[in-house]
Design a binder for this molecule. Structure first.
Ligand code: SF4
Length: 263
């Protein structure tokens, strides 16, 4: 036994030496070969970003071509009327809002008048836009805050607009963009949210996240027009349930899973 053990140990030792030596030789050979090899052509670090910006630029170009004259569909004669109309447009169509605002503004034309209006009277006037209890409180509160804190004029900054009852970021972006031509953010309504994700311009699960993503990929000078164009595209072609992909100008750029037609 003792002899066998000794032989085994010797054998192990004898085997180990050439193995290590072979490994060392191999490593040296690899290093030499690597040194001779021409440098690998790696993808440029900005290639992905460049492709993305080209993708975005093409989408913007096609949208502009198709809907270049798109405008806000809410009827209004002032920033105040636009603010109220936008508050009323939550969960409601612009067409419906446009049917109630003429009577509403005829009865209560200013923020002061809206603030002093009986809540039941406001509710009756805006009933058909849905959620009228909350909306009536919002527009009355908006009238109160604007007349009390801003001298009866709609403020022109995001920070101030967010203090107005009923005005979250989307409403503030609409008012700033449409009434004052200020691009402080991107309007993300239900259409913009859906289409931005279908076109892989954004992946966020909330309008806030999608807005932040869009603000990163869409050039600021296009923020206002881009929202209008996407909203028109959503109404006319890229509908929620059954998008009309066959007649979509963006079809070749779109990889949405729920496409109804593939060229
Ligand atoms: S191809 Fe279809 S899903 Fe994609 S943007 Fe156009 S209409 Fe929408």
């Amino acid at each position: 036994m003792a002899g066998r053990k000794a032989v085994t140990r010797v054998g192990e030792a004898a085997d180990a030496k050439p193995t290590r030596a072979r490994a060392a030789t191999k490593t040296a050979a690899k290093t030499k070969a690597a040194a001779k090899r021409p440098p690998t052509r790696r993808a440029k670090p900005h290639a992905g970003r460049q492709r993305k910006s080209e993708h975005v630029a093409e989408i913007l170009r096609l949208l502009d071509e198709q809907y270049g004259t798109a405008k806000c569909a809410l009827d209004h004669r002032s920033a105040w009327e636009l603010l109220v109309a936008t508050i009323l447009s939550a969960q409601c169509t612009d067409v419906r809002v446009n049917t109630v605002t003429p009577k509403l503004f005829a009865a209560y034309p200013t923020p002061e008048a809206m603030a002093a209006a009986p809540i039941e009277a406001l509710e009756a006037l805006i009933r058909t836009t849905g959620f009228y209890h909350n909306k009536a409180k919002s527009i009355q509160g908006a009238g109160r805050v604007i007349s009390r804190d801003f001298g009866g004029r709609v403020p022109q900054t995001m920070e101030e607009l967010l203090t107005v009852p009923g005005a979250a970021r989307k409403t503030a972006n609409v008012v700033l963009g449409v009434a004052f031509g200020k691009a402080e953010g991107v309007v993300v309504d239900t259409h913009v949210f859906r289409i931005a994700r279908r076109l892989e311009l954004a992946q966020g699960e909330t309008p806030q996240k999608v807005e932040q993503e869009l603000m990163r990929v869409v050039p600021r000078e296009r923020w206002i027009a881009f929202s209008h164009e996407l909203i028109h595209h959503g109404r006319a072609v890229c509908e929620a349930r059954k998008p009309k992909c066959r007649q979509c100008v963006l079809e070749t750029l779109c990889m949405a899973k729920d496409k109804t037609w593939q060229s």
